[in-house]
Structures are given as structure tokens and as C-alpha cells.
Ligand binder design. Structure first.
Ligand code: BDP
Length: 662
């Protein structure tokens, strides 16, 4: 076999049992020459050729025994599709080109998952208008929080557009992604020059590759560009010289990059410049850019990850969890139409367990979208297995009580709740230039899963896992069941051996892999567990920091009361004695001991399950994951030992089961 340059992930089309000699592709009603239709036809040719061993041609099909027809029909929903099939054809109907492309990939997905060609039927429309990936790639080729090698966009401050870029765009389109931010939100050094002549030609080329697959390219923006690029003395969003500079700059940008979707901005956060420097609000900053980009149809995605990262850990009242809501809620309704706020799923920072950000749905008059992280920064660095789709489902299903019905996070971020047309989901992506794209082969389930979920939030974690497994590996059903089970349990296992009961952190500073119970305890980041010899947890009730009151009444009441608060978040909201009885009936300390021992034991179980797949999947895949499980077990053991010892020594309370604690 010809050796591949990089993995084809879930698009590595394999031959099915059914052989078909000839298949005709027909395009009806769409312009065959349209770039997206052309990509779709190319993909069909490749896939059908491989799956059926067929000779695939384009034609009117009349004489051919089997045809795949791509049909335009304005009755189908925007970016949606309908699939029907019979003994002689598969018919893919859509009203626009993106819908047709998604329909094509859906038909291929069905075939790859073993559905007979005569039995293909599905009707779909995207849950979210914006379905985006955010790269944290730097121009020097490094990736912030990247665990899969270096950037495939940037090498030594140059932009690379090659076959790999095309494959990347195919993968993203196949899961319904329609927007990609190519550079890190921390825009520094060469990245500031992405909006200058230095890079326009290459960014344009990249935007064209994306456009072939129905994807818009976006750029992260340096709010201080007027200073850094323009030589101005300030970047005050209300200053006329600043506004004029931006007007000229954005005109130039759109002259050179007509396909640009807009900008993503991290301002006033972790050392980034922003409107606060000039006594202006976040709305002042976002609206100024929104107004400037409006004539070109662009949008401004403004992140809400704004908090004081130089706080005093002695000060109990300054609660980082409150910051997003405190800074943004009172400006609700002031953001302009083409501005959308991007809000992390939790109030802290992508921990394995956090409550849902109260800002989501707390805002009712503002465009908003959800940000999650599939780069496993705090969830095991793509070494430990952690299938994140169940977490994303929990977020989407959360009932905010922002109104009587239609009040879940899925309703809010899709735009359904309040009728916004700018709405959606974004993920900090987990890819790099490793052969397999995601470091750990199994981490591709998160890449695949996020895309599928952003297109259809109704899919279950299990359905997504099974699709991905079927398309990636060819396994017997017992093995598929086993791997599905491993994925579905993995998040809970990771949670068990790391930080307990929603408290978060306890992680090695900077790197964020492995335990360090007090690593962030006496630092400036606002990330505390407040453990002493009597108890642990942060009082975020009305008697503490008041964070629980940022939720609508129904949720606030639950979180405010340690007897009602779900166990898995109880230390996020309450400071409790180690002897406190949880709803499970266990004490806090016994829960800590039990879950840590269980987490390590269950990690061993899933690692052992993987060994049952030896010889059933390609050896490079097997070895890659096997090696990572070895590292995961060492990590899980370390967490288990350190956390249990720490709390045993702090509390002096014996484990009821008298297991070995050091
Ligand atoms: C944190 C990361 C940091 C990012 C920041 C962000 O540690 O590298 O820059 O989030 O989201 O999780 O801006």
C-alpha cells in the first residue's frame, strides 16, 4: 500500500460488501461549476469509487444502473439537506451549495457506516448558524495548548497552503463546520501583521481553499493594532483617529481578503490590550469594530473571557467566577447587530467539571455563542482518554430558566430562544501537524464529535461515538461496543481521579497536566480550593461571593443550598467540612478517597480493554493509543496518590476501607 503522508481520519473510505460497476453523478438545478458543488462532486467520486469499487462518471445517468443525484430545491432549509434512495438512485436535495455538500457527506457517512445504498434516508438542518473552529496557532508554528505537534498553517512565520490544507477543509466540511479562525486569540508578534501586505496573498489563498468547502476564514485581531501597525499613540475605541485608522484598515483588508468572515477578539484579558485601558466598556470596543466592518458584511466575535488575572489570593470576595457576568450582563442590549459574544461553557476555564456560565442565557438581548475546548488543556493533553461530547451535551441541555420554554443553552446559543440570526458554537481545536492530526488517535472523536454536535445538537454522545468508530476503524460489533463504552466512560473516569466535586484546578501550573494540589492555591489567578484541616470548597452563596445569585432564581436556589446543590458541583459553590454528608450518602472525605481509587482502577480497566483490540486495528494506531494509556495510568496513579494523601494529612480522617494512603 502506498504510504500516506497523513491520516485520512474518518474519511479513509473503505470498500463495502456491495460492489457496483458503474455509478453516475448528476447535478440538477445547481451550477455544476460552483466551487462548493465541484468539491462535493470530487468527494463523491472518491468515496463511491472506494466504497463500491465503482467507475464513477458524470452524466445524465439515463443509461446507468445507479445514479447519485444532487438536486436543488428551495423548499429545503438553509444549509440543510434531504436524502432519499431507491434501487436505482440516491437523491440529495438542498436549497444551497453548503446544504448540498453536507448532504453529500451525509450520504457518504451512511454508506461508510454500513447502510445499504437503497436504504439511505435522512432529513437535516443545522441547529446552529455558526459552527466554528478556533485555532490557537502561532505564526512561529507553535500552538498554544497544542498536543498534536505544530501548526499546519504556519511555519517560521510563513503561511503554508498545500494538500494538507485541502484535506483539513474536507474534514471540517464533512462534519458541518462553516467558520475557522486560523490564528491564536493571543495575537502577538508576526500575527499582528496578518492584516497587512506581508500576509494578504497567502491568507487569501487559504480563504479560497476554505471557500471551496463552504467555510469562511476568520482572523483573531490585535486590539492594539492602531498602535502596533499604525504608529498611533492609543487604541481608544472612541477616539476619532483610532476609528479612522480602523476604517482604512478594514477597507484595505476587504479589498485584499473579500472572503473574510470577520474578526475574533480577546481584549482586556490575561495581558491583552482592550477598551478598559481608556475607561471604555467592552461594548464600546466591540461596537466600534462592528460598525467599521459592517459595510463589508463582516462580523465581530468578542470573547467574554475577561477577568482579573492578577488578584490577591488572600481576598475572599474577589471571585473570578463572577467576572464574565459582572463585566457583560449590564451591557445587555447595547451590542450592535453584527457583534456576537463568545462565552466559555463555564465561568472559570475549561475544567473537567464546572457549572454552566450564567452569562449564557443571562444575556437576553445580545447575540451569543458557546465556546468549548476540544484541545485537552485541562482534560489530559490528548494523552489521557477523555471523550468530551457528554460534557458538551450536558452544557447544551442545561435549563437556564431565561424564559418559560425554549430556555436551554442549546436554545440560547442556536438563536432559537431569542430569535438571533448570529448564534452558534465554537471549539478551541485539538489539531496539529502530527500524522494523525490529534496526537492520540482517539482524540479525533472529539474533533469529529464537536462538529457533528454543532450541526445537530440532538445527536446523542453514543450515536456520535459509534459513527466515528465505524468510519475510523472496521470493527466487529462486540469491539465497537467495547470502544464506545470506553469513550462514554472516559470523562467520568478522568473526573474521578483528578479534582473532586467540581472544585477544579489542583493542576500543575502553566502546563496543566498532572496533579499539584496547591499549585494554583497561593497565586494570582483566582483559582482556589481553600482547603484547610476542617474542610474544603469556595463559598459562592449569598453569604460568600454571591456568584450563585448570578443564575435565574430556580438555579440560584439549588446552587445556594448545599443540600440541594448537585454533588458534582458542591465544592464549587460551598465550603464544607470533610465530614459533610453528600446526597450520595457519603462524606466529602470518603467521596474523595473512593473516587480517586475508582478513577485509577477504571483507567486500568479501559487501558486493558484497548489491549483486546491488538491485531484488529492497524498496528500504528494500536501502538499510538497503547503508549498513551501507559502514560495515562501513571498520571492517574499520581493524581490518586497525591490527592488522597493530601486530604488524609489535612483532615486526619481514616479511609473507611483502610486502603493504602501515604
Ligand atoms: C486558557 C489558556 C490560555 C488561553 C486562555 C484563553 O490557559 O492559554 O490563552 O485560556 O482562552 O485556558 O484566552
Amino acid at each position: 500500500m502506498e504510504s500516506a503522508k497523513w491520516s485520512q481520519l474518518w474519511l479513509d473510505y473503505k470498500k463495502c460488501k456491495d460492489s457496483v460497476e458503474k455509478i453516475a453523478i448528476e447535478v440538477l438545478g445547481f451550477d455544476r461549476a460552483h466551487r462548493v458543488i465541484d468539491s462535493g462532486v470530487k468527494e463523491l467520486k472518491l468515496a463511491l469509487g472506494r466504497i463500491f469499487g465503482a467507475e464513477v462518471s458524470e452524466g445524465n445517468g439515463a443509461a446507468d444502473p445507479f445514479a447519485v443525484k444532487i438536486v436543488k430545491d428551495s423548499a429545503v432549509a438553509k444549509e440543510g439537506y434531504e436524502l432519499v434512495s431507491s434501487a436505482s438512485e440516491i437523491r440529495i436535495t438542498a436549497s444551497d451549495e453548503n446544504g448540498a455538500l453536507y448532504g453529500i457527506f451525509a450520504a457518504i457517512r451512511k454508506l461508510s457506516c454500513g447502510v445499504a445504498k437503497e436504504e439511505i434516508s435522512e432529513k437535516a438542518a443545522p441547529s446552529n448558524p455558526l459552527r466554528m473552529m478556533n485555532h490557537w496557532d502561532n505564526m512561529d508554528g507553535s500552538i498554544e495548548r497544542g498536543y498534536s505537534g505544530n501548526s499546519f498553517f504556519f511555519v517560521d512565520n510563513e503561511i503554508v497552503v498545500d494538500e494538507r490544507t485541502v484535506d483539513y477543509a474536507r474534514f471540517m466540511a464533512s462534519i458541518g463546520i462553516n467558520g475557522i479562525v486560523i490564528n491564536n486569540v493571543n495575537v502577538k508578534d508576526a500575527a499582528s501583521y496578518l492584516i497587512t501586505d506581508r500576509y494578504f496573498a497567502k491568507v487569501k489563498e487559504l480563504s479560497e481553499v476554505f471557500a471551496d468547502y463552504g467555510i469562511r476564514l476568520y482572523l483573531s485581531l490585535n486590539f492594539a493594532s492602531p498602535i502596533e501597525l499604525g504608529g498611533l499613540e492609543l487604541c481608544d475605541p472612541l477616539d476619532e483617529s483610532v476609528i479612522n485608522w480602523w476604517k482604512d484598515k478594514v477597507k484595505e483588508v476587504y479589498d485584499k481578503l473579500p472572503l473574510l468572515g470577520g474578526f475574533l477578539v480577546k481584549a482586556d484579558s490575561e495581558g491583552r490590550p482592550g477598551p478598559f485601558t481608556y475607561g471604555r466598556t467592552q461594548a464600546d470596543g466591540a461596537n466600534m469594530l462592528g460598525d467599521v466592518i459592517k459595510p463589508y458584511g463582516g462580523i465581530i466575535i468578542w470573547r467574554c473571557f475577561v477577568y482579573n488575572c492578577t488578584q490577591d489570593w488572600r481576598d475572599y470576595k474577589t471571585d473570578r467566577a463572577r467576572a464574565g457576568y459582572d463585566y457583560f450582563k449590564n451591557l445587555d442590549g447595547q451590542y450592535h447587530d453584527n457583534v456576537i459574544l463568545q462565552i466559555k461553557n463555564g465561568p472559570m476555564d475549561f475544567q473537567i467539571r464546572e457549572p454552566i456560565s450564567p452569562l449564557l442565557g443571562g444575556l437576553t438581548k445580545t447575540n451569543q455563542m458557546l465556546e468549548v475546548q476540544i484541545a485537552q488543556e485541562y482534560t489530559g493533553h490528548q494523552i489521557d482518554l477523555c471523550y468530551l461530547v457528554p460534557m458538551f451535551k450536558e452544557v447544551l441541555d442545561f435549563k437556564t430558566y431565561c424564559q418559560k420554554d425554549n430556555d436551554t443553552i442549546a436554545d440560547v446559543v442556536s438563536g432559537r430562544a431569542f430569535g438571533n440570526s448570529l448564534a452558534g458554537m465554537a471549539a478551541v481545536i485539538n489539531t496539529g501537524n502530527d500524522f494523525n492530526w490529534t496526537g492520540n488517535y482517539l482524540a479525533a472523536a472529539n474533533l469529529y464529535g464537536f462538529g457533528r454536535l454543532s450541526y445537530n445538537t440532538e445527536l446523542s454522545s453514543e450515536e456520535i461515538a459509534r459513527e466515528w468508530i465505524k468510519m475510523t476503524f472496521s470493527l466487529e460489533i462486540v469491539d465497537e461496543d467495547m470502544l464506545t463504552d470506553m469513550l462514554l466512560r472516559s470523562r467520568e473516569i478522568y473526573e474521578k481521579y483528578t479534582s473532586p466535586l467540581g472544585i477544579g484546578w489542583m493542576v500543575t501550573p502553566n502546563g496543566h497536566y498532572g496533579p499539584s494540589v496547591d499549585g494554583y492555591e497561593y497565586s494570582r489567578w483566582g483559582t482556589y480550593h481553600r482547603a484547610d484541616h476542617l474542610g474544603i470548597g469556595v463559598d459562592r452563596t449569598d453569604k460568600g461571593t454571591g456568584y450563585a445569585q448570578q443564575y435565574y432564581k430556580e438555579n440560584a436556589e439549588v446552587y445556594n443550598d448545599p443540600k440541594k446543590c448537585p454533588d458534582n458541583l458542591v465544592l464549587f459553590f460551598h465550603h464544607l467540612p470533610y465530614t459533610w454528608k453528600l446526597q450520595s450518602g457519603k462524606t466529602v472525605i470518603q467521596h474523595i478517597y473512593d473516587t480517586h481509587f475508582e478513577g485509577y482502577a477504571e483507567a486500568k480497566e479501559i487501558a486493558a480493554n484497548w489491549e483486546k483490540l491488538e491485531g484488529k486495528i492497524p498496528s500504528d494506531m494500536y501502538n499510538n493509543v497503547h503508549h498513551r494509556f501507559e502514560m495515562q495510568l501513571a498520571n492517574a496513579r499520581e493524581w490518586c496518590d497525591q490527592v488522597n494523601s493530601y486530604f488524609y494529612r489535612k483532615s486526619g480522617i481514616e479511609d473507611e476501607l483502610h486502603r493504602e494512603i501515604y
